[in-house]
Design a protein around this ligand. Structure first.
Ligand code: NAI
Length: 493
């Protein structure tokens, strides 16, 4: 039976590069195994007032197929319209974003000119982090964005990375992070990377702080084979990496999930050249190549890869890259050039071995009856040890301490710390620390209460008393998990 793949051509240059991609796939006989099912997504749907940018029928088709090939889509600026790319990844749990960055023949960069061969993968966590989009205005002057990192989310992305590394013969995987500053969130990402890495003893693991990683990538990109990163850092480092190999036009992207995987071009809709027939389809072609591998059409994927390498090597180019002395061709002609190279191999770089496997191995999973619940830690003992109360106030720290210290007297807690923007300003601190209208006030168990087992009720009762004097913007019960504090210290505490 033929595999069904949801097909969303996209906006701007999307339909042009999709047509070129389908022309190549058709010529390779992919249609014997695959049926593309068109779905409505993008600008036209947004314009009809549907804030998701996709129709209900499109959502159902994506759920049925479990595979999506998509072109770039215009995201409305401001207003309520959310990026379809981000919505698709999050709604369908496409937790890992895999991108391959490598020097391509015929694509000249400062590195290719210097004889530096770039060839590495980035695996970016795709759902969590600040991309949860959980934002609140807390006071006149302060807005927060919640950054969620979960242990199962970390596990999924690290396991996918190591599995991909194993299948691709990668011998060393780095974790990029900022765990020196965000000790708990990035700390968890790094810790789970190390734990999962133990299951892949043949692969060396290492970690690198993300700012140093950026510098290293520019200075010596050839030292990396695969880098795993949290979402926002991965987003930024991916574009840096694209710059090393000639730009976004050469960076394919696969969003892999348990149920649904999405293959897309990473560049945008290029409105400046839309409709002119001159767009470069390479990114979408390389993404469809990743899709062929994902569904098990390994022979076709290798043939397409060799044909693309041979085409680029021959100097065929669209106007956005390549040797300016050579006349550029349009999108359709570029696709035809690839078709004419099918069955050929590049000579300046090693051709990809062509395996025998030429029928799909992808098995569509049964539709879940309920939202799957992911869990990593199930046997943790936790206990309440205090609370952080956040208030909207412009008083000085000492005045706040005097009022709130006495409000805590009847409770099992005592005031231990006040911070502003994460820096301690009471009981010690510097009068030079500039403050804004948003304080965190920390209460911890009084001496002698340490062994008591409390629920969250005493903390809530204290919160109620504070709310009579100050506007409480948010509140956090402090807990220990297996004896380890589940909260960070303030700067200077
Ligand atoms: P863009 O990637 O569309 O364009 C940046 C520059 O690169 C332009 O000069 C464009 O002509 C060129 N370019 C991009 N792709 C090309 C290709 N395949 N061939 C030749 N030249 C190419 O980025 P921009 O201008 O920031 O965004 C335009 C629109 O695309 C926005 O509405 C944005 O929301 C959307 N967008 C969608 C994405 C997606 O669906 N994955 C990703 C990024 C942006």
């Amino acid at each position: 039976m033929s595999l069904r793949i949801a097909l969303a051509p996209g906006d701007g240059i999307g339909p042009e590069i999709m047509e070129a991609t389908l022309m190549v796939l058709h010529e390779m006989g992919v249609g014997q195994h695959v049926t593309f099912v068109p779905v409505e997504m993008g600008k036209a749907v947004f314009d009809r007032g549907e804030s998701r940018g996709m129709t209900e029928a499109a959502c159902r088709t994506v759920e049925e197929c479990g595979l999506v090939l998509k072109g770039p889509m215009e995201t409305p600026k401001g207003g309520g319209g959310k990026s379809i790319n981000v919505s698709l990844r999050k709604m369908y749990g496409a937790f890992a974003n895999l991108r391959h960055f490598r020097t391509l023949p015929g694509v000249e960069t400062v590195y290719s000119r210097a004889g530096v061969n770039v060839n590495f993968y980035i695996v970016r966590e795709n759902i969590e982090d600040t991309y949860g989009g959980i934002e609140h205005r807390l006071t006149n002057d302060v807005i927060e964005c919640k950054r969620l990192i979960s242990a199962p989310g970390c596990d999924q992305v690290s396991r996918f990375a190591f599995e991909t590394a194993r299948a691709s013969g990668i011998t060393k995987v780095h974790c990029g992070h900022k765990a020196n500053i965000m000790k708990m969130t990035d700390g968890l990402f790094l810790e789970r990377f190390r734990v999962i890495g133990q299951d892949y003893r043949e692969i060396e693991i290492a970690d690198v702080i993300v700012d140093a990683l950026c510098m290293n990538l520019v200075i010596r990109p050839q030292q990396y084979q695969m880098i795993v990163l949290p979402n926002l850092q991965g987003d930024i480092v991916s574009d840096l990496a694209a710059g090393l190999v000639g730009g976004l036009g050469f960076a394919p992207s696969a969003n892999i999930g348990q149920q649904v995987s999405i293959f897309e071009a990473v560049h945008g809709t290029a409105p400046d050249i839309a409709g002119k027939g001159i767009a470069n389809p390479t990114s979408l072609l390389l993404s469809s190549l990743m899709m062929l591998r994902h569904i098990g059409l390994l022979k076709q994927a290798a043939m397409l890869e060799n044909a693309m390498l041979a085409t680029l090597e021959s100097g065929v180019r669209t106007g956005d890259f390549g040797n300016p002395a050579k006349e550029p061709v349009g999108t359709a002609a570029f696709a035809k050039a690839i078709i004419s190279h099918l069955g050929k191999a590049p000579s300046s770089v090693s051709p990809v071995p062509v395996p025998e496997q030429d029928v799909p191995t992808f098995v569509r999973q049964a539709r879940p009856l309920n939202n799957p619940m992911l869990r990593t830690f199930t046997q943790v003992v936790n206990r309440v040890v205090g609370c952080d109360v956040y208030i909207d106030a412009t008083h000085g720290p000492t005045e706040i301490a005097t009022i709130l210290g006495s409000l805590a007297e009847p409770s099992p807690f005592r005031l231990t710390m006040i911070s502003n923007r994460g820096t301690q300003v009471w009981p010690t601190g510097s009068v030079y620390t500039e403050c804004v209208d948003y304080y965190r006030v920390r209460f911890e168990l009084k001496p002698g209460m340490a062994e008591k087992v409390l629920g969250q009720a005493p903390a809530i009762a204290l919160l109620g008393r504070i709310a009579e004097r100050f506007f409480v913007t948010d509140f956090q019960v402090l807990r220990e998990f297996d004896g380890r504090p589940g909260y960070s210290l303030a700067q200077g505490q």
